[in-house]
Design a protein around this ligand. Structure first.
Ligand code: RP5
Length: 173
């Protein structure tokens, strides 16, 4: 699919999150999935957060990817406003102690308000997960995801072959 329709909303708390978050955008671009990317700060622009989250669904967005660091309230607050699936990306930012603060702020949501939390700085996985959600109703996207998984497998099997030459440990499966 090469879509001009914007299906995924990527938001981040600050432009300082962009070096991490661009991996999500790159994956969606690779698959031809339309997305928008902008800054929405839970603490510095709370009204903008409310406006974004409350209008995203009616604007045609199917899934939101939200990345933030430190006291990372952006994904959870978006999830509190919209019924769209929200994928949270914890970011090790300048105000993070070691990244655990970002992870736990996004992961430990209360019952009733889930955020699908990926690993620290794992924006590419957020892009993949968003594509998988879009792929539920788009066969072309789904086919590309199968190819991507096959490529991952081929890469590992290539490494297996490479290792065989130098380290023969008897595992020949
Ligand atoms: C968070 O604070 C942002 O998501 C970012 O990860 C962090 C630092 O923001 P800046 O001070 O760089 O703007 O809200």
């Amino acid at each position: 699919m090469q879509s001009n329709t914007t299906l995924v909303g990527i938001v981040m708390g600050s432009d300082s999150d962009l070096p991490v978050m661009q991996a999500a955008a790159e994956f969606l671009k690779q698959l031809g999935i339309g997305f928008e990317l902008t800054i929405v700060s839970a603490h510095r622009t709370p009204q903008r957060l409310m406006d974004y989250a409350s209008t995203a669904k009616q604007r045609g967005i199917k899934v939101v990817i939200a990345g933030a660091g430190g006291a990372a309230h952006l994904p959870g607050m978006i999830a509190s406003v919209t019924t769209l699936p929200v994928i949270g990306v914890p970011i090790k930012s300048s105000n993070s102690i070691d990244g655990w603060d970002s992870v736990l702020s996004i992961l430990q949501m209360p019952n009733g308000v889930p955020v699908a939390t990926v690993a620290l700085n794992a924006a590419k996985n957020a892009g993949i997960l968003a594509a998988q959600i879009i792929g539920l109703q788009d066969d072309a996207v789904s086919a590309q995801l199968y190819s991507y998984k096959a490529q991952l497998q081929d890469e590992v099997l290539g490494k297996v072959e490479k290792l065989k030459g130098s380290w023969n440990n008897g595992f020949d499966a």
